[in-house]
Design a protein around this ligand. Structure first.
Ligand SMILES: [Zn+2]
Length: 392
C-alpha cells in the first residue's frame, strides 16, 4: 500500500507567500512557490513581529479548520465527494472580491479617477471548437478616460489559421449569420502575429511600465478574450503579459461605489451593457463592419465602443463630467420639413371638414367639367373596358 500523501501544512510564512503570489499573479506575473521564497523572505523579515504573529495565528486556524467540516468522505447526489465540489458562484464571487481589491489599489495613487485610463477589449471568433478553444478573427481595444471619452482605438483581423477538419461549415455559418467575417480568403487578415502582439502591447503600455494595466470585457466574453490573448502571444512567440482581464460589469459597479452612489445590481449593469441604442449610428464600428452593417456587438471595435458609451451614460454624471461626442456618439437627424404649429387646425373627432370658401367668404363650388372633358373621360373608360375583354 503506497504511503499516504502528507497534507500540506501552512505556517505564517507560507501563508504570507501565498498572498504575495496571488498579488503578483494579478499584476501579470506568474511565479511558482519555490521561486517565491527568495522574493518574499526579505519582506517577511522586515515585517513587525505583531504582523508575523497575525499570519501565524491565521495559519493555525487554517490547520484546525482542515477536516472539521463534517463532510469528509461523503458523496453528493452525482457520486462526487462533497469536499471536492466546485461552486461556480462561489468561485466567481471570490474572484470578484480579489479583482475589486486590485482595482481599488490601482486607483489609490492620488490621481483623479476621471483621468484614469481604462482599456476595453473585445474579440470575435469564427467558432468554438469541441476542445473549448476558439478561432479568433477580429481583435479590438479602446483607451478611455471619463474626462475625455474614447481617446485611442486599436483594431485588426488576426488570421485564424487553417480551419480544423469538420469545422468549415460552422465557421462559414457564423460568418454569414453573425459578424460577416469570411472564414477564408479574406484580404484584411493579418498573418504577422508578432506585429499584432507588439502593436497591441505598445497601444496598451506605450510608456513600457513594469505593471501592465487591466483590460475589461463583459463576463460572458471573458473566456474568449483570455483564450485569444494567450493564442496570439503563443503564435507571436512572445511572453504573455496581458493576463489581467477583468469584467466591465465590475468596473461600472466599482465606479458607482467610488462615487459614493447607490450601487446598482449586477443584473441592472448587464442589461445596461446589452443596450442597442447605438446600433444604427454611423462611425461606431470598424470600416469593414460599417459597410457590412452589423450591430455593434458583432464587431469587436463596436463592442469596445459600446462598453465606453454605456459607462459614460451611467457613470459620468456621478463625477460631474460633461458628455462629448467622444463619450457618446451623436445621432444624425434626418432632413425633415417642420410646419409651424399655428398652421395646423385641430378639430374634435367626428366633426366634418367645413366646405372650403374663397377669401370673400363665399362657399366653395368645385369647377364644372367641360363637355370636352366628359367626352374624353368616356373615351378612356371605353378603351379600358375594351382592353379588359381583350377586344384591343
Ligand atoms: Zn469590426
Amino acid at each position: 500500500m503506497p504511503p499516504k500523501k502528507k497534507k500540506q501544512q501552512h505556517n505564517g510564512f507560507s501563508l504570507f507567500m501565498l498572498e504575495k503570489q496571488e498579488e503578483m499573479r494579478l499584476k501579470g506575473r506568474k511565479v511558482s512557490m519555490q521561486d517565491m521564497v527568495p522574493i518574499a523572505h526579505p519582506e517577511w523579515k522586515s515585517l513587525p513581529a505583531e504582523v508575523q504573529k497575525g499570519y501565524t495565528a491565521r495559519a493555525k486556524e487554517k490547520k484546525f479548520g482542515q477536516g472539521t467540516s463534517g463532510y469528509e468522505g461523503k458523496l453528493d447526489c452525482t457520486g462526487q465527494l462533497v469536499t471536492n465540489r466546485f461552486s461556480v458562484v462561489e468561485y466567481l464571487e471570490k474572484r470578484r472580491r480579489t479583482e475589486s481589491a486590485a482595482l481599488k489599489d490601482s486607483w489609490s495613487t492620488g490621481q483623479d479617477i476621471t483621468h484614469h485610463r481604462f482599456y476595453m477589449i473585445a474579440v470575435k471568433t469564427l467558432c468554438q471548437l469541441p476542445d473549448d478553444t476558439y478561432l479568433p478573427c477580429e481583435l479590438a481595444c479602446v483607451e478611455y478616460t471619463m474626462s475625455a471619452g474614447i481617446t485611442k482605438r486599436f483594431h485588426c483581423f488576426p488570421a485564424p489559421g487553417k480551419l480544423p477538419l469538420g469545422c468549415r461549415y460552422l465557421c462559414k455559418r457564423q460568418g454569414e449569420d453573425v459578424h460577416k467575417i469570411p472564414a477564408e480568403w479574406f484580404d484584411q487578415y493579418n498573418h504577422n502575429y508578432k506585429e499584432i502582439w507588439t502593436d497591441l502591447i505598445a497601444f496598451i503600455n506605450p510608456q513600457r511600465q513594469h505593471v501592465m494595466p487591466a483590460l475589461f470585457c463583459e463576463l460572458r466574453c471573458r473566456e474568449e478574450v483570455e483564450y485569444t490573448l494567450e493564442w496570439l502571444a503563443r503564435n507571436a512567440g512572445m511572453s504573455h503579459s496581458l493576463r489581467k482581464v477583468y469584467e466591465t460589469e465590475l468596473l461600472i459597479l466599482e465606479l458607482f461605489r467610488n462615487a459614493g452612489e447607490i450601487v446598482p445590481s449586477r443584473g441592472q449593469v448587464s442589461s445596461l451593457l446589452a443596450s442597442s441604442a447605438w446600433d444604427y449610428i454611423w462611425d461606431t464600428r470598424c470600416a469593414y463592419h460599417e459597410e457590412t452593417e452589423v450591430t455593434l456587438e458583432n464587431c469587436a471595435l463596436g463592442t469596445c465602443n459600446k462598453y465606453c458609451y454605456c459607462l459614460s451614460d451611467a457613470v459620468c454624471a456621478r463625477y460631474n463630467v460633461e458628455l462629448t461626442p467622444n463619450h457618446i456618439p451623436e445621432a444624425e437627424t434626418p432632413d425633415a420639413i417642420v410646419y409651424p404649429a399655428q398652421q395646423r387646425e385641430i378639430r374634435p373627432q367626428g366633426q366634418r371638414t367645413p366646405p372650403r370658401g374663397n377669401s370673400r367668404g363665399q362657399s366653395y363650388t368645385p369647377p364644372r367639367m367641360k363637355d370636352n372633358d366628359e367626352d374624353e373621360r368616356r373615351d378612356v373608360n371605353t378603351a379600358r373596358e375594351a382592353q379588359r375583354y381583350g377586344v384591343i
